[in-house]
Design a protein around this ligand. Structure first.
Ligand code: URA
Length: 216
């Protein structure tokens, strides 16, 4: 069976609620930031449900021995926020995965050509072969930024099958590019919007996520 990009939109009322808050143009920056934190928290919770490696063991309660399941400490979990806007999601994601290692990747988009360039790269030269990676990038619009981030990861030994992307709004141009190059990727997003306008913004979207998080 041919591999196909999987995009999950969790039907959770809290995801819908915080997406509505984030979309509203009248939401002030401090509340927008909270919305991003909450979306990061709940989308991460959903994304790791069947993905976080566990070990089965036994523990002794005060009364008897019983089976117990723990997160497997042998499998490294890595979180990569794409700066700036990914920092908003990271805040919530960290509450779910407090022990994950965090590597920052800073990308800026040329507003005329819409090409992404990397201005900060804190990735290690090589990742462990069994690593699992979560990328935080709230807006998957033209796909320039996320495609470059994926290239940086795969060059360093990460298998796309071990990557999950957490976004808030995803649009067809980015999904098509990801699907063509990384068909075994999995994406968790709060919604899919159909349109990217000619200056690279998702419509209806939520505007410039970085500016709204940081009040710029
Ligand atoms: N980045 C944003 O912040 N918003 C968009 O709509 C597209 C890219």
């Amino acid at each position: 069976m041919a591999l196909q990009l999987r995009v999950y939109v969790p039907p959770h009322p809290l995801v819908k609620h915080w997406l509505g808050v984030a979309r509203d143009v009248n939401t002030p920056s401090a509340l927008f930031r909270s919305a991003m934190t909450e979306l990061g928290r709940w989308l991460t919770y959903e994304a790791i449900r069947d993905w976080l490696p566990v070990v089965e063991t036994k523990v002794q309660t005060p009364l008897a021995e019983c089976p117990a399941t723990f997160v497997n400490p042998q499998i490294p979990i890595v979180v990569i926020p794409i700066l700036r806007a990914g920092l908003g999601l990271l805040e919530g994601g960290q509450t779910v995965l407090p022990l994950a290692s965090i590597y920052h990747l800073g990308m800026v988009r040329n507003e005329e050509t819409l090409e992404a360039t990397c201005y900060l790269n804190k990735l290690p030269s090589q990742f462990a072969p069994n690593v699992r990676v979560l990328i935080y990038d709230p807006m998957l619009a033209t796909g320039g930024t996320i495609m470059q981030a994926m290239a940086e990861l795969t060059q360093r030994g990460v298998d796309a099958a071990d990557v999950r992307i957490i976004s808030v709004v995803a649009a067809p141009p980015a999904l098509q590019k990801l699907s063509a190059t990384y068909p075994n990727l999995v994406i968790y997003t709060a919604c899919i919007d159909e349109v990217v306008n000619d200056i690279g913004y998702i419509v209806p979207g939520l505007g410039d996520a970085g500016d709204r998080i940081f009040g710029t």
